[in-house]
Structure formats: C-alpha cells, structure tokens
Design a protein around this ligand. Structure first.
Ligand code: NAD
Length: 361
C-alpha cells in the first residue's frame, strides 16, 4: 500500500535528535517497518498548491497521515481515489473535512490521549505565566533593567481566582485536575457532554450550562475543545464582551476557535490582560500575525509560542507508537481501538466534533 505522510521539516535539530519523530527526516520511525512489509512510504512537507507533493500523491495514496497539517479538503478527498484511512499522528482532526470523509467511507483515526498531558501541562504553565506577568519580567532582565513595580503592578496569585475550561474532555479535565492544588476559588467547565459525576467530584469542578455565563464568572478561560463548525470563531468580539475586564485567555486547542482581530483588540485595550497559546489560525504564522506582537497597555500579556505544546519528545514517542499501531491494525484487518476513531463507515464514532442529533451525513 502507499502511505503518504505530511510532516514538518526538522532540519539540523532532527538530524541531531532522532527522537524528533514527527519530522520529515525521522519519518515517525516507521519507514523500515513499512518497507519490510512491502509498503511504500512517501514523506514530504510540501503541501500547498496543486503541484505540491501532498496534492499530487494524495490522488493515489491508500493511507495518509496529513498532520503537518495537510488540509484534506472536500476537493482533495474527491480526487483521492484509493484513500481508505487518514491517521492523525497526534490529536485533533479538524484539518480533514470529516463530512466528506464520511461520504466516501474513509476512516479518520487519531492517537487519542497521546499528548493530552503534554498540552495540559502547557496550559497550566501558560495560565501561570500570564497571571504572574512572567514574560515582561524576563524580558526586563534580558534588557539589563530592574524595575520591580513595573512588573508587580500586573502580577497576581492564581489562588483565589476562578478558572473555566471550554471543553472538559481529556485535556480540559486534566487542566482542571492539575489546578486543584492551587486553591482556585472555583474550577468551572462548559461542555455539552457532562463530566461523569465521580470524576467531577474528585477534583471539585462545576458545570456551567451557558458559555456566556461561564465567561462572565472566570478570571481565566482556557479553550480545550476541538475545532468544528460549532467552535470556529467561538471566541469573538461579542463573546469577549462577556468576559471580565482584566481576564486572561489561554488557547492551545486550535487558533481558529478564537478570532484573531478580536483577541488583539481586547488585549490592546486591556479588556483582556493577556492571551497565551501555541495554535494559530494560519500555520506557520506569518511574520506580521497580530498575535506575535500584541501587548496589553502595560506592555505584557502575550504568551504565544509556536505550535509545540503537544509535541514534546515524550509525546512524539507516544504518537509515533500509536500511529504504527493504527497502521498495523489496518494492515492486519483488526478492529481499531474505538477511542482512536473519529469517523468510520460513513459515520461519526466520536461525539467530540459537535452535537450531532443524526450522526449520519
Ligand atoms: P477530547 O475529545 O477528549 O475532548 C474534547 C471535548 O470538547 C469533549 O468533551 C467535547 O464534548 C468538547 N466539545 C466539543 N465541542 C464543544 C463545544 N462547542 N463547546 C464546549 N465543549 C465542546 O479531546 P482532547 O484530547 O481533550 O483534545 C481537544 C483538542 O485539543 C483537540 O481536538 C485538538 O484540537 C487540541 N489539541 C491541541 C494540541 C496542541 O499541540 N496544541 C495537542 C492535542 C490536542
């Protein structure tokens, strides 16, 4: 079979560090294994435009792991005559048109859980660096300055604050779980799927039925839901108005869930004290993307980094191993672990991509 992997170029770092498995150089560590079984592996980072390796090779690929991401649009899916399986080497399958995949009975799977701890740790770090005003404090030190009051005027404790997550699945729950020892005033969540009562009681979290109500109560909001038609632009100029003045927002889910211009305006006006995350509505983010340089009126409030929260070396080992297992199951005709399946046989196997009354499309 022909497997087409769209990965990112790791360059010198990937040549020096073989554990960077998600790169074009290190090929998820599956090249020899595939060859030994008589399969072909094509790896590239070239994914944009009709002449790109991705768009040409997809026409004859049986399997793809398009996680650079290569956007598998409805048009490309129509051209992909042999495509049977798309594997996300990680978590988050929004780069694939899932309805179009269903129409062609293509299975979309991901390595669920593979990097959820990695992301949850990053969220906790991002919350702390915003609330404690860390980035401008460090920049001041690098500049050779020392003006404690400039930093302390916008530095707070996380203790006593209200924190809420949009989406309380694997990552959202783990974020709240990790925040429990910080003695926050309340830990809230908004999700159409309720957290099982015993799990909610274990860490003392409260569900809020309406998003606006949760936004209005939170000092910190963290976004942990998938990107789908119900969450695109969910945080926009209107919803930000419901947030407390001076609140902080952290988004490691997907950039397009938050409106870039609305977030920039809110941070620059001081309505939001800060925004942090690693996901962007265009990746790689253009040099002039507003989130690279936006600052609150006191010169802080920006905790943006490139998309790496879920790609620690620990996570790369787990998602590469999980991808290999999904491929092995497929080659051997075995059932996939249902937790890894997003769509299959023309239907949604997960409820995480929007509330679907009739799942069949
Ligand atoms: P999950 O499926 O375990 O949980 C997602 C939760 O979001 C579910 O409980 C679902 O009901 C909820 N949800 C869906 N739509 C919602 C909506 N409109 N409002 C509120 N809640 C909604 O997924 P997960 O493992 O927690 O991952 C969540 C997302 O995080 C992924 O889909 C991906 O986009 C992102 N992610 C980012 C990185 C990274 O490196 N930055 C890594 C992994 C995952």
């Amino acid at each position: 079979m022909k497997v087409l992997a769209i990965l990112y170029d790791g360059g010198k770092a990937a040549r020096e560090e073989p554990r960077l498995l998600g790169t074009t150089e290190n090929r998820l560590g599956i090249e020899q294994w595939l060859k030994d079984q008589g399969h072909e592996l094509i790896v590239s980072s070239d994914k944009e435009g009709p002449n790109s390796v991705f768009q040409k090779e997809i026409e004859t690929a049986d399997i793809t792991t398009p996680f650079h991401p290569g956007y598998l649009t409805r048009d490309l899916i129509a051209k992909a005559k042999n495509l049977k399986l798309c594997v996300t080497a990680g978590v988050g399958s929004d780069h694939i048109d899932l309805n179009a995949a269903n129409e062609k009975k293509i299975t979309v799977a991901e390595v669920s859980g593979s990097n959820v701890v990695s992301v949850a740790e990053h969220v906790v770090m991002s919350i702390l660096l915003l609330v404690r005003n860390f980035v401008p404090a460090h920049e001041m030190i690098e500049r050779g300055d020392w003006q404690v009051s400039q930093i302390a005027r916008q530095a707070f404790d996380l203790e006593g604050k209200v924190v809420g997550t949009i989406g309380a699945g694997r990552i959202g729950y783990r974020v709240l779980e990790r925040l429990k020892p910080f003695d926050c005033k309340e830990l809230l969540y908004f999700d159409y799927a309720a957290v099982p009562q015993h799990a909610a009681d274990r860490i003392g979290i409260r569900r809020v039925e309406k998003l606006e109500d949760m936004l209005a109560q939170c000092d910190v909001v963290t976004v942990n839901c998938p990107l789908h038609e119900g969450t695109r632009d969910l945080i926009n100029a209107e919803s930000i108005k419901h947030m407390k003045k001076g609140a902080w927002l952290v988004n490691t889910a997907r950039g397009a869930i938050c409106n870039a211009e609305a977030v920039k305006a809110a941070v620059e006006s001081g309505h939001l004290s800060g925004y942090a995350g690693d996901v962007w509505n265009v990746q790689p983010a253009p040099k002039d993307h507003p989130w690279r340089t936006m600052k609150n009126p006191l010169g802080g409030g920006n905790g943006m980094v490139p998309h790496y929260s879920g790609t620690t070396l620990d996570a790369q080992y787990r998602y590469a191993t999980g991808t290999k297992q999904i491929l092995a199951n497929f080659f051997e005709g075995k059932e996939q672990d249902i937790a890894n399946v997003i769509v299959t046989n023309g239907d949604y196997a997960t409820k995480a991509y929007g509330q679907r009354v009739a799942a069949k499309v």
